[in-house]
Design a protein around this ligand. Structure first.
Ligand SMILES: Cc1ncc(COP(=O)(O)O)c(C=O)c1O
Length: 408
């Protein structure tokens, strides 16, 4: 192939030849129709071939297709207002990006500019993007390969299931010991690194520690935002110490912000941070800042999430997904545990790497797409939020059969 495949040695790597799709199914040229239990890398929350999404992008392309970073046009303002309307009170500015990695990059830059500090605390069980800054804040296998990365990044073992630290946080102590930490960047629910769901008081303790030590709290909602967990933003499941909605300082978005129908990311910024940039230069920008096609896709996706109450729908379907995962754990001794929230769930498997390769083949034979993370030993499902009960049952049956075949 004249182009690279991502995250792989190129020799022997092949891709899937996509040709389109409809609803929760995507089509491939060589292997036919797949049931998409992963929303194609956690983005296709509205499924495939969505007529309204396609029309929104088409109409935008003929109205205004090329922009420039500081251009003003109505859809850009409308989208910023819509995004802020879903954030906690006090959020008043949006910085647009092209995707999740650069949303995190720019949140980190703003934190440096605002606090004058460069240190960042994050978890080992995390992924925050592929660009050099974002990858060095992430904690999974993708970081050590390209180090040295950003100086001053400190990782904690919080939520490391395998060392039994699911409910604990070292962040208050680390902030105290490190001193002058500028930002704590966390996925509200850990995404591709294993669907790890913190205890109810976890973020209240993190928020308090950030306040006590002058660090900003950045919620990376790139994977779990836009309804995935049964709330619009994942962090909405947690309260602060006084029982109110937990308020981070910045929220980063990507993936389902456009439901996959365009490339866009965003940093939502609380007024206590954004006010700083009234009189200080915001040293950040991108040629494709708020590209009209991405903006149009995001605006339409947000309308559909709201109109069809898709976060609520994900919450109402959560019990069905959780019981399907529980059945797999009950039936298979080599599936040791499951976790689920909204339409997002995962199981831990006692499989080695060749076992995961066999599992990938077994899933493919059943024409079902799910995410495998052999490094952490997890299989993750995150179907489009429009999935019906029958389709979810069908998808989970196919996943269970594939696991039976490989683990049985
Ligand atoms: C939590 C999280 N943050 C950031 C990113 C990076 O987003 P992108 O691949 O759009 O740059 C991802 C992508 O998987 C992610 O899961």
């Amino acid at each position: 192939m004249p182009y690279f495949f991502t995250w792989s040695a190129q020799r022997g790597t092949t891709g899937i030849e996509l040709s389109g799709g409809e609803g929760v199914y995507f089509d491939t040229v060589d292997k036919g129709r797949f049931l998409d239990m992963g929303s194609l890398t956690y983005q296709a929350a509205l499924g495939h071939g969505h007529a309204r999404m396609i029309e929104a992008v088409r109409a935008q392309a003929s109205r205004l297709c090329i922009s420039t970073p500081n251009a003003v046009y109505p859809e850009k303002e409308a989208l910023a207002r819509e995004l802020l309307a879903h954030a906690p009170a006090g959020f008043d500015k949006v910085f647009f990006t092209l995707g999740g990695s650069d949303a995190n990059e720019n949140a980190l830059k703003m934190a440096r500019l605002f606090t004058g500090r460069h240190k960042v605390v994050s978890r080992y069980r995390s992924y925050h993007g592929a660009t050099l800054g974002a990858v060095s804040v992430g904690g999974d296998w993708r970081r050590p390969l390209v180090e040295p990365g950003l100086p001053g990044v400190v990782h904690v073992l919080d939520l490391d299931e395998r060392s039994g630290r699911a409910g604990k946080t070292d962040i208050p102590r680390v902030l105290e010991l490190e001193g002058r930490v500028g930002a704590v960047m966390l996925e509200p629910v850990v995404g591709h690194n294993g669907v790890l769901i913190p205890e109810p008081d976890y973020y209240a303790r993190v928020r308090e520690a950030c306040d006590a030590h002058g660090a900003l709290l950045i919620a990376d909602e790139v994977l779990v935002g836009f309804g995935r967990t049964g709330r619009f933003f994942g962090l909405e499941h947690w309260k602060d110490a006084s029982g109110e909605r937990l308020v981070p300082d910045m929220i980063t978005c990507g993936k389902a912000i456009t439901a996959g129908y365009g490339t866009l990311g965003a940093v939502l910024v609380h007024e206590r941070v954004s006010a700083h940039f009234e009189d200080h230069v915001l040293a950040a920008g991108l040629t494709h800042y708020a590209h009209p096609l991405g903006v149009a896709a995001a605006l339409e996706a947000l309308r559909i999430y709201d109109e069809e109450k898709l976060p609520e729908r994900a919450a109402s379907m959560a019990p069905q997904l959780a019981s399907a995962l529980e059945l797999i754990v009950d039936a298979q001794p080599r599936v040791t545990s499951y976790r689920a929230i909204g339409l997002f769930g995962g199981v831990d498997l006692e499989l080695d790497r060749p076992g995961f390769t066999r599992l990938a083949e077994a899933l493919e034979r059943r024409r079902v797409y799910a995410h495998l993370n052999a490094g952490n030993g997890t299989l993750i499902v995150s179907p489009p939020l429009i999935i019906s009960e029958d389709e979810l049952a069908d998808g989970m049956n196919r996943v269970a059969e594939a696991i039976d075949e490989v683990c049985g």
